[in-house]
Write a protein that binds this ligand. Structure first.
Ligand SMILES: [Zn+2]
Length: 259
């Protein structure tokens, strides 16, 4: 897989020119893993420290906001860092990002706040006090928005935003879709609920000249990524996998995008 990715990246580099665009990384838990994490969603702390150093040394970083993406440099790759679900084990690693002055977003499931393994209200307020930490919504129930009736989607989008604003004391203008599941209706409802952007799980790099504000692409970081694979992911060596995803969802075979 890695060899093919490198081959495709080399083969297409002449067409695409120097790599540029906005690479939004998607993390979940930072720690020693949890029961049932066969997918590798929990990245070890030492691994995370090395990844942050690599980002700091090689890439510009931007906050995932309208303003951040609008002002992203167009002539090179830049990186945004996001976390889904609001795991309590994001609290300590957040300090590593603060020290490196790398902005990041945590998309919190509103009904999980304060539950075992998830960030508490006071932890959220403490992190939100630093300008480099932005909180966004991730649904109220963590159920798949794209599969819900319209009224229920609308309620989830509005209630999760309100609950998180009450806890954090800050405006909530961004979100990510639970399980990456959305439809055209979900995107429209997210815009009318007052979100300025929404991050999906659609892989690939975002082009600054053609941003899909309610379907932003993200690149998942997994526990089995070596440091060089992590850098290759940022540089787009695996983006060809996104074409497979696109073909699958055009064919209605992806569970993440609902027609
Ligand atoms: Zn989630």
């Amino acid at each position: 897989m890695r060899g093919l990715g490198a081959y495709v990246a080399r083969a297409t580099s002449g067409i695409a020119g120097a790599p540029h665009g906005i690479r939004i990384l998607m993390y979940h838990s930072i720690g020693d893993g949890f029961a049932g994490d066969s997918y590798g969603l929990s990245v070890k702390k030492n691994q995370f420290i090395s990844q942050v150093k690599l980002i700091k040394a090689n890439f510009s970083t931007i906050p995932i906001t309208r303003q951040g993406l609008d002002s992203a440099p167009r002539d090179r790759l830049c990186v945004g860092v996001t976390f889904d679900d609001g795991f309590a084990d994001n609290f300590e690693p957040a300090q590593i990002l603060f020290d490196a002055e790398i902005p990041f977003s945590i998309y919190v499931v509103a009904s999980f706040i304060g539950k075992p393994r998830y960030l508490s209200g006071s932890q959220i307020r403490e992190l939100a006090a630093n300008k480099n930490c932005l909180f966004g919504a991730h649904g109220e129930s963590h159920e798949k928005l794209g599969l819900m009736p319209l009224d229920q989607q609308k309620k989830e989008l509005e209630s999760s935003r309100k609950m998180l604003e009450d806890v954090s004391g800050s405006p909530v203008l961004t979100m990510s879709y639970p399980h990456g599941c959305l439809s055209q209706t979900t995107m429209r409802l997210a815009a009318s609920a007052g979100y300025e952007l929404a991050a999906s799980s659609r892989p690939g790099v975002n082009r600054a000249s053609a941003l899909d504000w309610y379907h932003l692409r993200r690149t998942e970081v997994q526990s089995h990524d070596t440091l060089s694979q992590f850098e290759e992911k940022i540089r787009g060596y695996y983006d060809y996998l996104g074409y497979v995803y696109t073909l699958r969802y055009r064919a209605g075979k992806s569970g993440q995008y609902v027609k």
